[in-house]
Design a protein around this ligand. Sequence first.
Ligand code: ZN
Ligand code: ZN
Ligand code: ZN
Length: 344
Amino acid sequence: MPQQNVTAAGGRRYVPPGRPSAPSQLDFPPVRNGIDYLASVVEHLDENESAVGPRDLKYAVLHLQAAAEVLLKARLLHEHWSLVFKDPGIATRKAFENATFDSCSTTAAVARLRDIVGITIDKKETDALVALAKDRNALQHYGLTHNAAAVEARAGRVLDFLMSFLNEQLLPLLRGPEQEAASRDMILVELGVRNISSYVQLRLNRLRGELKGLERQTIRCPDCEQMTLVVTTGGGDCRFCGASWSSGESFASDYLRGLDEPDDLAELCPQCDEYALVKGVAFVDSPAVRDMLHCFSCTARYTPEELVSCAGCSRSWPLEADVEGADATLCTDCRERAEPEEIA
Ligand SMILES: [Zn+2]
Ligand SMILES: [Zn+2]
Ligand SMILES: [Zn+2]
């Protein structure tokens, strides 16, 4: 169990920076406490020790979320103590020193680190942190209800982010023996992280045989981000994390969310007339065609050059070589609508 008492290590109190003579020294206990949580996370996720069971995953997620909170807030504290308050506008020194205040959420901490401290945290990293906070809440209240492998994959992304956050944003702010001690603690965590990623690689290698011959149907999974999602008519299933879909339209919107284009909508498919045609789907067999259009309902697939926007209704429509003149830019419906008028 990681040590949970933030102020126990050496009995030190946080000394806020800000006075001109105050050294720019980061308070140590929260950072070391965060690293301690991470050590527990990698211990629970390391397959070399034993298979990752539901209990391991539960504690990995709980401790990872604890690490994220402690470490993100440690960096905020370094900027200014009031930034860890839920509402910095009503922050008081007294409440801070007595630890009697509501602290900010993970989402707010990320926003403040970006907007006030000026740290680059991209959308994928933000999403992973927010998703982890949700997984933690779900686990705490209902136990593991989500797909375990997807939870594990999300946890891996946050772990990856926190490791570079520590190395770039926190360790350089420590000094002397404190930095040495923290760096020593990190060695264990880094070793564990390597074990986890080699485990992921091992599973992917094993899957390569199972996915052979399915390259034309295999895309990136929006849940675990591995190229292991096999699409079939009306759905698909991921061989890595086990996520599956059985409706083309919800599949398409989940995929768009995974592409970081949550505002984009799926288009009307020329073949099956469902709103399930998505641009930007990369298949294993054609990774170079970045703008491939794929229908998540009927599995029709087009390169951008194969489609035109219909001059009548503007839906995407396949170019037809045997249709000449102005009709070549019309979809079948618009062409049929146009014809009787020509005769009359
Ligand atoms: Zn997956
Ligand atoms: Zn279709
Ligand atoms: Zn049309």
